[in-house]
Ligand binder design. Structure first.
Ligand SMILES: [Zn+2]
Length: 476
């Protein structure tokens, strides 16, 4: 039976290329499911699923209904409550013919808050013009929640059976505490355990000003996010009788030492590939500096040029920067305690403790008191995955031609960091192509190009064929 399936799939693949017949069938299907996706997106945007609103569970419930109506069994759908929010886990059962662990698809149902007063259009109503859909979450991340839902519905309604289980995890607090992903990885591991996770959030296609696709970004790693506080203490006293030592002076000196210090330049396979593949796209000194750095990691001029660019400085190593100050208790009293908060984005391979020791060495004052603020999230870089990279190239080809596929290391923290920390390698990318200038995720007037709906469906349908059917050699 399995062999017969393989032969049939192979025949279909040949028919597709030979006659183009299935292509027009697929175009009809994409038109149909694009309409359904837009309706789901409209419903999604109308739900104000920001932190503290308590509206995520109802959204999860409504998505669950969509899966049920498409033919998923109730056992395949699990809502996992967590405080005022929740996650939804969907299992698309395969025939097991590849004997491989499932693939996990991860997106989030919550959004960053939005104030209708400051938006041009109402953030919780899906609005559109000729080019864009608008609304809070239309890019981050309800578009992809909608897309994955529609994709699974399409697969199910067409009778598709993958050669391994496919799992969706829609989390409920990615934009705030990121605890639902931790809950799933820790307490519901059997539901979400996978060979790897595709985090469908961020990354993806880049358009230039002429609206041409120029590259496709895949997140392989995230820097560790860690925050420290350093406090200078002093016996204090009356400001009319100043002492020579002063907590504000002590802290100011420490901050100046931090300002003068830069962490060593570091590179890894991900960042070097990123620079190598981005350099040819930038027709300026920044592109040149990238190419030179790839050739020689000690090129001081290239490093200086890249470090002067806020969007690239974080790719070159660990960064730590003071972000908050507090201290003193009266205008006429000598301060007894003054604190600076220092936020670090740590290059993979270093622990927060190691970086704190380095900051203590740099500030050179053993009287300063150091603390770790919150719980830092350390996640390893995911190993290069040729299967996923090849599948992306094959799936993008018919839509956008051959594009540079660029691995990226994020400087923020997403759910992907927790999947990686739990031992599930994760790769972040969306099927959306957008000009970075139009990307207003987290900001006002968030938008997504309308063409992204059909293109993303086509892309993800092809990805499923690449990764979860037996027609490719790697998926046996
Ligand atoms: Zn997001």
């Amino acid at each position: 039976m399995k062999n017969l399936c393989r032969v049939l799939v192979l025949c279909c693949a040949i028919v597709t290329t030979a006659t183009g017949h299935n292509t027009s069938d697929q175009n009809d299907a994409i038109a149909h499911y694009s309409d359904r996706a837009v309706e789901l997106l409209r419903d999604a945007i109308s739900r104000e699923t920001a932190q503290g609103r308590g509206l995520v569970p109802a959204y999860a419930e409504s998505l669950k209904q969509v899966f049920l109506e498409a033919g998923f069994s109730p056992e395949a759908l699990t809502i996992v409550p967590y405080g005022e929010t929740a996650s939804l886990v969907v299992r698309y059962e395969g025939d097991g013919s590849s004997s491989r662990k499932p693939i996990l698809f991860s997106s989030h149902m919550d959004v960053v808050p939005a104030d209708p007063e400051s938006w041009l259009r109402h953030p919780f109503e899906l609005q559109e013009d000729e080019t864009f859909f608008y609304g809070r979450g239309v890019l981050d991340n309800k578009f992809d929640v909608t897309l994955l839902t529609t994709l699974f519905v399409w697969l199910k309604e067409s009778g598709f059976v993958p050669n391994r289980d496919l799992i969706i995890a829609f989390t409920g607090d990615e934009e705030s505490f990121q605890e639902t992903v931790q809950q799933l990885a820790r307490d519901y591991r059997h539901f979400v355990d996978a060979e790897y996770a595709l985090v469908v959030d961020g990354g993806g296609g880049v358009l230039n000003d002429a609206n041409e696709a120029i590259q496709f970004q895949v997140g392989f790693a995230e820097k560790t996010y860690a925050t420290f506080s350093m406090t200078a203490k002093n016996p204090g006293g009356h400001s009319s009788m100043p002492r020579a030592d002063n907590a504000i002076y002590d802290l100011a000196r420490a901050i100046q030492r931090l300002e003068a210090y830069t962490f060593p330049v570091e590179t890894n396979e991900i960042t070097l590939t990123y620079f190598a593949r981005t350099a040819p796209l930038l027709d300026n000194e920044v592109g040149e500096a990238m190419a030179r750095l790839v050739a020689d990691q000690n090129d001081v001029e290239a490093i200086a040029t890249l470090r002067a660019q806020p969007q690239y400085v974080g790719t070159l190593g660990t960064t730590c920067i003071p972000t908050m100050l507090s201290g003193g208790h009266a205008e006429n009293a000598l301060p007894r305690a003054v604190t600076a908060v220092v936020n670090c984005r740590i290059f993979p391979g270093h622990t927060p403790a190691e970086i704190m020791r380095e900051l203590q060495r740099v500030t050179d004052n053993s009287d300063l008191e150091w603390r770790v603020v919150g719980v830092p999230v350390t996640s390893p870089a995911s190993s290069f995955n040729t299967e996923v990279m090849d599948a992306i190239a094959a799936s993008l080809g018919p839509i956008h031609g051959a594009l540079p596929i660029v691995p990226k290391m994020g400087s923020g923290t997403t759910d992907g960091a927790y999947w990686r920390a739990a031992g599930i390698p994760s790769y972040s990318f969306t099927g959306i192509f957008i000009n970075p200038k139009d990307s207003f995720a987290h900001g006002l007037n968030e938008r997504v190009p309308k063409t992204a709906v059909g293109e993303s469906l086509r892309f993800w349908r092809a990805m499923i064929d690449e990764l979860a059917t037996n027609r490719s050699g790697t998926a046996q």
